[in-house]
Design a binder for this molecule. Structure first.
Ligand code: 1CP
Length: 358
């Protein structure tokens, strides 16, 4: 089946550090609970998993933010936890409490029983990707995504979100051999999972290393970055005659920009603790940068939103040989007023033109 020509390739071109007329913007968790239409579709679906596992629903909520805002990319509606769910850990989203696994990985026997899942268990994700590509009709590119092997392992061992990562770090310090085995399986699975998303139509892919930043120096390189690199190494980089850019995002990774820049990705996502100008000096325009507005800026009112957006754009500075994709430094808050998002998109598009030469 031939797909329509892409009408807006500013996002993909920025990731590849090619000249563009303005700074493109999309937002982490742009489809989600801050949108009333998302909450309505979620209620109709019944549960988060019923929403994510139904390609029609997943397609609908992917497109919802694009109907409201002039965003430059769509992101597949799914979750990083679909992968451990396919491994048999039993994912459930408890209302108001977030994700929970019925069968977390806690000991040697659990790790030994782990296996890379059959990709047919994730077919609903690939079906959603194909459907979204069709429905997007070339409007903007579609981003596929997965969690990093380490971030997925955090949920697999903890069984839910965590404040202190006590269980996963206990395993890492007591039995690094078990941890490495689990990370190896996660890396292999994640690579296969993303490659299937690319074959189904994802035009860029992003790895979320949301919890890489909780590790100490050297353990970050050993238990997180090494496996991120394995995933990146195995990815399909060209599909349908087009380069498929890879974005790696490590929340709290500001200390390790040079190391992350060496992992083979085309672009690096950074949180709001990083100054974009200094980041460019450190990595030398080798990769595009994605980020990095504090999502809480959205609660500061129109003037603060416009001012802080301009500050991020000015921090990056003249684009030249670099590439900048505007985003938050982490996901949007569910309490955000959708109107504030409209203001942000407007400011980024209009103000950034001064830093672009085409
Ligand atoms: O009930 C609901 O509707 C739940 C809210 C929600 C949403 C909207 C969850 C549960 N997941 C999602 C979708 C989602 N998750 C997307 C969709 C695309 C988009 O960005 O619009 C993406 C990319 C994710 C990725 C994700 N899930 C990450 C990585 C990004 C990040 O924010 O660091 C992580 C860590 C998760 C786990 C997860 N899923 C959901 C929740 C509440 C959490 C966090 C749990 C925790 O640690 O406390």
């Amino acid at each position: 089946m031939s797909l329509p020509q892409l009408k807006n390739d500013v996002f993909l071109r920025s990731l590849l550090r090619e000249p563009v007329p303005y700074t493109p913007i999309w937002l982490m968790r742009q489809a989600g609970r801050y949108l009333p239409e998302y909450n309505a579709t979620r209620a109709q679906a019944g549960s988060f998993m019923q929403l994510a596992q139904n390609p029609e629903f997943a397609c609908e909520v992917t497109l919802q933010p694009l109907r409201r805002f002039d965003l430059d990319a769509a992101i597949l509606f799914s979750d990083i936890l679909t992968v451990p769910h396919a491994m048999g850990l039993g994912l459930d989203f408890v209302a108001g409490e977030g994700p929970r696994f019925a069968r977390p990985v806690r000991n040697e026997a659990d790790v030994m029983a782990l296996q890379a899942p059959d990709m047919s268990k994730l077919q609903y994700v690939f079906d959603a990707v194909s459907l979204i590509r069709k429905e997007l009709d070339g409007k903007v590119p579609l981003i596929g995504f997965a969690g990093s092997p380490w971030t997925i392992a955090c949920y697999m061992v903890e069984g839910q979100g965590s404040d202190d990562y006590r269980l996963v770090k206990s395993m890492m310090y007591q039995r690094p051999d078990l941890m490495h085995r689990m990370l190896e399986i996660n890396a292999q699975t994640t690579c296969e999972y993303l490659n299937n998303q690319i074959r189904a139509g994802a035009q860029a892919v992003m790895l979320f290393d949301s919890w890489g930043g909780v590790l100490s120096d050297s353990l970050f390189q050993e238990f997180s970055l090494a496996y991120t690199r394995k995933v990146v190494d195995g990815l399909i980089r060209e599909h349908d005659g087009k380069r498929v850019p890879v974005i790696v995002f490590t929340k709290g990774g500001g200390m390790w920009l040079e190391d992350i820049a060496g992992c083979g990705a085309d672009a690096m996502g950074v949180d709001w603790t990083v100054n974009l100008s200094r980041a460019r000096t450190r990595i030398g325009d080798k990769l595009a940068l994605q980020g990095n507005l504090d999502p809480m800026t959205m609660f500061g009112g129109e003037e603060a939103i416009r001012r802080e957006a301009r500050r991020v754009i000015d921090d990056f500075g003249p684009v030249g040989q670099g590439g900048h994709v505007f985003n938050f430094g982490h996901g949007i808050s569910r309490f955000t007023d959708p109107e504030a998002v409209g203001i942000l998109v407007d400011e980024v598009h209009s103000y950034s033109r001064r830093h672009h030469s085409v």
